[in-house]
Design a protein around this ligand. Structure first.
Ligand SMILES: Cc1cc2nc3c(=O)[nH]c(=O)nc-3n(C[C@H](O)[C@H](O)[C@H](O)COP(=O)(O)OP(=O)(O)OC[C@H]3O[C@@H](n4cnc5c(N)ncnc54)[C@H](O)[C@@H]3O)c2cc1C
Length: 377
């Protein structure tokens, strides 16, 4: 039995970014079921950071993270992110939603500007405009395309530099409380620690059940992305991340001249290795064709992943009210990458009982907003 201070379950972006900080204070390991970090949601994301998603808490966490994404990494490691504009487009009946999004975005991104119908084609020439299409938009030049692999690897390096370890191929199969400690079993070894961080993504409720802790009723929702090749002669490389304000789709340029497109599907799912289905792949291509003048000739690649939400759609960081030493870090939904730096700061402070970090204080983020106890009321 190996004895530690902190066991983090799950090497997605949530678990790794928290572990990288916690390991600076105490003996920490991350246990990951798969052979490499980021195999599930964190490796299947659209990797974008913007204010067109989530509630006010998510926006304030995103604002903290944005400052970190904008800072170059030390040494010759790849950047965590690069600036790419976000362009939100609205149909006639979505003018009110566009107005609300404009107010929210401007409060965090003062260079964002409204776009009139006649300017839309200057930004993304293939978008349909007018009665048949979009009538206005919001252009935020200060958004970021993230690099999930660079983010995961930066956190693994920081974890190891602090003396912590990532142990892959280690599915947690049993958890029990013994005195003031937790014993965590994997097929190869058992670990003992006074603190568990449950960062198991879509499986976080299963981990709680394994530990006889009350689950939070998290809901995994499947989302699908397709990679398409635009018609000959269309250069998408300097297009922004383009997203409908209401229901619809988003698309963004990917390296090698392709476009990624997503129909913003939200299909409830069990925690699993999510796979795309033919109907949703066809829907993604249809959405792009409906909104643009492009016809999709070829889908190069497609994948799905799970976005896992708490019942109130806010992320969760805090000790379980019914289980001392059992810390929840879950419910990052569709914003887990873009909120991870802020969430990791919160997890470090709350799990180790440190002072509440200044960046969170400056954004008026209160621990009670993140606490799992809020979901019990
Ligand atoms: C299609 C799609 C698009 C998205 N786009 C964006 C975006 O543009 N911007 C953004 O910020 N977010 C986006 N997201 C959301 C983001 O990917 C997630 O919020 C984030 O990755 C969640 O991270 P996580 O660490 O909680 O979960 P995961 O990355 O799923 O990590 C959880 C880990 O726990 C491990 N685990 C589970 N059970 C066990 C066990 N018993 N023992 C050991 N290990 C276990 C799993 O193997 C997994 O590696 C998107 C998600 C999807 C699916």
């Amino acid at each position: 039995m190996r004895t530690l201070d902190t066991i983090v379950i799950g090497a997605g972006i949530a678990g790794l970014s928290a572990a990288a900080r916690i390991a600076q204070h105490c003996d920490t390991v991350v246990l990951e079921r798969e052979s490499a970090p980021g195999y599930h949601s964190s490796g299947r994301s659209a990797t974008f950071c913007h204010f067109g998603i989530g509630n006010g808490l998510v926006h304030r966490l995103t604002a903290i993270s944005k400052a970190i994404f904008a800072t170059p990494q030390e040494g010759d490691h790849p950047p965590l992110a690069r600036r790419m504009a976000a362009f939100f487009i609205a149909r006639d009946h979505e003018r009110e939603a566009l107005k609300r999004l404009t107010e929210t975005t401007l409060s965090h991104s003062p260079d964002a500007r409204q776009i009139a119908e006649e300017e839309i084609s200057d930004i993304v020439p293939v978008l349909k405009i007018g009665d048949d299409g979009f009538v206005g938009g919001l252009y935020d030049p200060d958004a970021y395309k993230l690099d999930s692999d660079a983010m995961l690897q930066a956190n693994v390096r920081a974890l190891r530099d602090a003396g912590g370890a990532l142990i892959s191929n280690s599915p947690v199969t049993g958890i029990r409380a013994v005195g003031s400690n937790w014993i965590v079993d994997t097929p190869g070894e058992s670990y003992q620690a006074r603190r568990i961080i449950n960062a198991a993504g879509s499986w976080a409720d299963d981990i709680a059940t394994m530990a006889s802790v009350t689950p939070l009723c998290l809901t995994p929702l499947k989302r699908t992305i397709i990679a398409i090749r635009p018609p000959d002669g269309i250069d998408v490389s300097d297009w922004p991340f383009t997203k409908t304000v209401g229901e619809g789709f988003y698309m963004l340029p990917e390296g090698s001249g392709r476009l990624l497109a997503c129909p913003m599907d939200e299909t409830p799912s069990e925690p699993c290795d999510a796979q795309p289905d033919e109907e949703t792949i066809a829907l993604a291509a249809w959405q792009v064709e409906q909104a643009t003048t492009m016809s999709i000739r070829r889908i190069d690649h497609k994948w799905s992943g799970l976005r896992t939400f708490a019942p109130d759609k806010s992320p969760v960081a805090g000790y379980a009210p019914d289980a001392p030493g059992f810390f929840w870090l879950a419910g990052q939904g569709g914003f887990g990458l873009q909120t991870s730096p802020g969430m990791a700061m919160a997890a470090e402070a709350l799990s180790l009982d440190l002072d509440w970090p200044e960046p969170l204080r400056a954004m008026d983020i209160d621990p009670t907003e993140l606490s799992p106890a809020r979901l019990r009321r």
